[in-house]
Write a protein that binds this ligand. Structure first.
Ligand SMILES: C[S@@+](CC[C@H](N)C(=O)[O-])C[C@H]1O[C@@H](n2cnc3c(N)ncnc32)[C@H](O)[C@@H]1O
Length: 686
């Protein structure tokens, strides 16, 4: 076990259930936590964050557990529509009804402001779903579809910042404090829209090296060639350098910047009840500085005309309006708050506060920085959005949208290459820098890369630029081959020496040492969607009936015999020799999946969650694959906690390839981390 892995374990592995609140070293059970705090009430009443007549309702909601919510995030529009039909169908209604059918079944509500009806909120908490046997099928559905990237379980309010960023496929986007990555995932999905390889990209950054591997996992789920994961202090984020038209290097400016900054998180009291115990108005003061610095750097990285979203899951004006107002003062008219009231039709929210009070000397010092010489000037803070729990039965949230009108007053003074001056590192930061992983290099193919010729001819790949392909090893056998978009390739090539890049690219080929295949590399399901239109050989068109047979027999140890398939399919199989292939089905739903033509068999070379996903889309009853973990636990005495750790479905070996044990170092490092990730991953943050 690597050092990073151990550190990750210490930090993120779930503690025993119901003992998560800690106070003065004393651990207490969640259910024993008194969901109240005198200090909290006194402070927020004095800040007028809630109208007096709504105070009781505000507190009542804050004391309740948070309802679960999810988005449909399938990358093909047709698949997303089909999943939407499923969510609205009797099938889903049945997942919500209890076995005895007695009690009124919990409701599922569409989020009216989420585009194309793809956002949903349940009347059940995540705990209800995870811990009640009656919802095991619902749990299985959510876990399995999440693992395939077709559904994203995300807290309702957390879906708002990416929407307000209004990302387009050509945008250069950076998410400065990105882990664990639910918003990054949404940004990547929006960037892609209907495009397989958009010209834009998403840089997802986090200061915490271990948490960066949660981002790797999120990005992998979405199989995007347009994402780069970096590991820097956002307040000191180095520039990616890009070549201008004059061929000189200049700092990259982004069209969209997300600053979802670290915060006290008291907006998440409904899912993190231990915050009640620790709550103190002073905590916000400690964070105001880093929040301001991250926002400042975000604005420096933003192109003129670009949009930045600043958000927190905190109720405290010190972390919200005070940060924005201080920035507006310092930016001297070069930025402005945007009114986004028309963007989220149906979302109930409150305007930002225009005034707040200092309750300590520290707060007075902070507030001094938010006083302008033109005191009377309106900063437009009412354009900020405050969401209170009673507004839509959600967590509390703050979000604001800024536009950069001109360069910032101090931008001209930044050093020549515009790199920010490193600030003095804290002890903790120094330790992080020393202990961080040294990632393996990103080695892009040359135009005449030796192994490319054999892959290209085996699959008859046309119009694909091999220089977009990369491996993670300089010497020795190449294991996995990844692909990035041209824009991402250029960025990595120019910058990998000075930017700490953790991961990029989607796996398109994997080494396969099966002697019966003439090519050393098989197709990887992960990246097939991105390259399928370039592959002109080894494709087997299948009728729906055969595709379903293959999906139903997805167990790699029992590949379905050719004799189970229609004569036409058997004939087509006879025309290609053994090895990796593409299985195509054209119909109401067009599907292409990686396959394997064996000596006497043909199989879909995909994971169980992927197989179940397609079976569901074709309307096949998948209940026979549902494992009731409660029954299983009784039989195997697996502790319940283990299963919680597998919330995101990665317990299913995502790749049925037996060769995977020999993956290259970089990838297995990620994989190792992935095992650890499971704990945190199921846990959303806002
Ligand atoms: C509120 S969470 C972000 C949640 C994330 N945006 C999401 O939607 O999943 C804040 C993150 O900021 C990171 N962080 C804290 N200080 C940072 C800094 N100075 N630079 C970059 N990231 C930082 C933390 O490690 C944490 O992952």
């Amino acid at each position: 076990m690597g050092q990073g892995t151990r550190r990750y374990k210490r930090k993120f592995q779930k503690k025993k259930p119901n003992t998560e609140g800690e106070n003065n070293g004393e651990r207490r059970s969640y259910k024993d936590i008194v969901r109240d705090s005198e200090e909290f009430v006194k402070y927020y009443k004095s800040q007028n964050i809630v109208p007096e007549e709504e105070w009781d309702s505000f507190m009542e909601y804050l004391r309740q557990d948070l309802p679960a919510s999810f988005r449909i995030s399938a990358c093909s529009t047709a698949e997303a529509q089909r999943l939407l039909e499923i969510v609205k169908s009797d099938f889903f209604a049945k997942l919500l009804s209890t076995e005895d059918g007695g009690e009124k079944k919990p409701d599922i509500k569409n989020l009216p402001w989420y585009p194309n009806n793809m956002g949903w909120q349940l009347e059940l908490t995540r705990k209800d779903i995870r811990r009640s046997e009656e919802y095991f099928r619902l749990h299985n559905f959510l876990v399995s579809e999440t693992a395939t990237g077709n559904i994203s379980r995300q807290e309702t309010v957390s879906m708002i910042p990416p929407l307000l960023l209004d990302v387009q496929p050509h945008h250069k986007v950076i998410d400065l404090c990105a882990a664990p990555g639910s918003k990054t995932a949404q940004l990547i999905e929006t960037l892609h829209g209907d495009e397989s390889i958009p010209s834009g990209f998403v840089v997802a950054n986090d200061i915490d090296n271990s948490r960066c591997y949660m981002l790797v996992h999120q990005a992998k789920r979405l199989n995007s060639p347009c994402c780069i994961i970096t590991n820097h202090d956002a307040s000191n984020m180095p520039n990616f350098m890009v070549r201008g038209e004059d061929d000189n290097l200049k700092p990259l400016k982004y069209d969209r910047v997300l600053c979802d900054v670290p915060c006290t998180g008291d907006g998440t009291l409904r899912k993190n009840a231990d915050i009640w115990v620790k709550w103190n108005p002073g905590h916000a003061n400690n964070l105001h500085g880093v929040q301001y610095r991250v926002l400042k750097r975000g604005l420096e990285l933003l192109a003129v005309g670009g949009r930045l979203v600043y958000s927190t899951c905190s109720l405290n004006p010190i972390e919200n309006e005070a940060v924005i107002q201080r920035m507006l003062i310092d930016a001297k008219g070069s930025i402005e708050l945007i009114d986004v009231s028309d963007s989220l039709k149906g979302l109930k929210y409150r305007p930002g506060l225009r005034q707040w009070k200092a309750v300590s000397k520290e707060q007075e010092a902070i507030l001094e920085k938010t006083v302008s010489s033109e005191n009377e000037k309106s900063f437009g803070l009412e354009k900020c959005i405050r969401i209170l729990p009673q507004d839509g039965n959600t967590g509390a949230f703050f979000v604001s949208v800024l536009m950069k009108k001109t360069t910032l007053p101090w931008e001209a003074e930044l050093p020549l290459d515009d790199q920010p001056k490193p600030h003095k590192k804290s002890h903790q930061e120094k330790r992080r820098a020393v202990r961080g992983y040294r990632e393996d290099p990103f080695v892009f193919f040359k135009n005449d890369e030796a192994i490319w010729e054999s892959i290209k001819s085996f699959y008859d790949i046309r119009e694909m630029d091999p220089t977009q392909l990369l491996t993670r090893c300089l010497v020795g056998k190449k294991r996995n081959i990844y692909m990035t978009s041209p824009a991402v390739r250029t960025l990595i090539v120019e910058n990998q020496d000075k930017i700490k890049i953790i991961n990029t690219g989607v796996k398109v080929f994997a080494r396969c040492d099966n002697k019966r295949m003439r090519c050393e590399f098989r197709l990887a399901q992960e990246g097939l969607f991105r390259i399928q239109d370039k592959i002109h050989a080894r494709r087997i068109p299948l009728p729906e009936k055969d595709l379903i047979t293959l999906l139903e027999n997805h167990d790699p140890h029992k590949p379905p015999l050719l004799s189970l398939l229609t004569e036409e399919t058997q004939k087509l199989c006879g025309e290609i020799d053994e090895g990796s292939c593409v299985l195509d089905h054209q119909g109401i739903l067009n599907v292409s999946v990686a396959g394997w033509r064996g000596g006497v068999s043909l199989r879909a070379y995909i994971s169980k969650p992927d197989a179940l996903h397609y079976l569901r889309l074709f309307g096949v009853d998948t209940s026979k694959y549902d494992v009731n973990k409660f029954k299983k636990e009784e039989e195997t005495t697996v502790p319940a906690d283990n299963d919680e750790a597998r919330e995101d479905g990665t317990e299913e070996k995502n790749d049925p390839d037996v060769d995977d044990a020999s993956e290259d170092d970089a990838d297995s490092k990620t994989k190792k981390m992935k095992v650890e990730e499971k704990t945190e991953d199921g846990k959303e943050t806002s």
